[in-house]
Design a protein. Structure first.
Length: 236
């Protein structure tokens, strides 16, 4: 299925400007529902500027309204973004994330030794020299390198990583481990927990506001009663 040109930015716009469910937004943007939840809760690693899919021609208002009316409906792309022709060279990584590359490389080397240096180079956007230095622990900053998930660091997507892992495992003759259904349950439980917390906070805020209004009203009534019972001795 075609995806928006800027999935995370598009998801941010849809969260802020529509009543679509997280599942619908995740399906349309090709993201995991937890990524959409993080965007909605402003806990994403990077603050995103929303990208309007209506102006980009990727969605129509009628399509959004159809999705809002039916939570089970899946939005359809109206116009696929133009394909970007990449030139030869390593993957571009924002300057703010380049310092995280060694941590992501170390994580892949530790958790997926079957992935070749060439595959890591294309996935992370680095050089084989850097990968070899980290693998041999001769990197100049090896003492400060901490293995971290490259997906969490924003260096690649979960789909790209899974595809590379599957390809490398097949080439190495490693059988793919059976899918752990408990993980899906944990994710759903986390989503429900986040929703419950948000609803609880909303209820607490409403209760506090109502109590404040009641206290204010009670104070006004007490003040009014006091004024009515007060007799000015100088007017007698």
């Amino acid at each position: 299925m075609a995806q928006p040109l800027m999935p995370h930015a598009t998801a941010s716009w849809l969260v802020d400007n529509t009543a679509l469910s997280f599942e619908q937004i995740a399906a349309f943007c090709g993201l995991h529902i937890l990524e959409v939840q993080a965007i909605a809760d402003d806990t994403a690693a990077t603050k995103l500027t929303g990208r309007d899919p209506l102006r980009a021609g990727e969605l129509t208002q009628e399509e959004i309204e159809r999705g809002q009316a039916d939570p089970e409906y899946r939005l359809k792309m109206q116009k696929e973004p133009d394909k970007v022709v990449r030139t030869k060279g390593p993957r571009y990584t924002p300057v703010s994330k380049r310092q995280d590359k060694p941590d992501g490389i170390a994580w892949i080397i530790r958790n997926h030794p079957e992935i070749s240096d060439g595959q890591i180079s294309k996935l992370i956007g680095t050089t084989r020299t850097t990968i070899a230095a980290i693998r041999d622990r001769t990197h100049w900053n090896i003492a400060n390198i901490q293995p971290k998930d490259p997906v969490t660091l924003g260096l690649t997507s979960q789909r790209e990583l899974d595809a590379v892992v599957a390809k490398a495992a097949k080439a190495a003759g490693i059988e793919a481990s059976p899918q752990d259904t408990r993980l899906a349950g944990d994710r759903e439980a986390l989503i429900e927990e986040l929703r419950a917390e948000r609803e609880a906070h909303a209820r607490e805020a409403e209760a506090a506001h109502a109590a404040e209004l009641a206290a204010q009203q009670e104070g006004e009534e007490t003040e009014s009663t006091t004024d009515q019972g007060f007799v000015d001795p100088f007017k007698q």
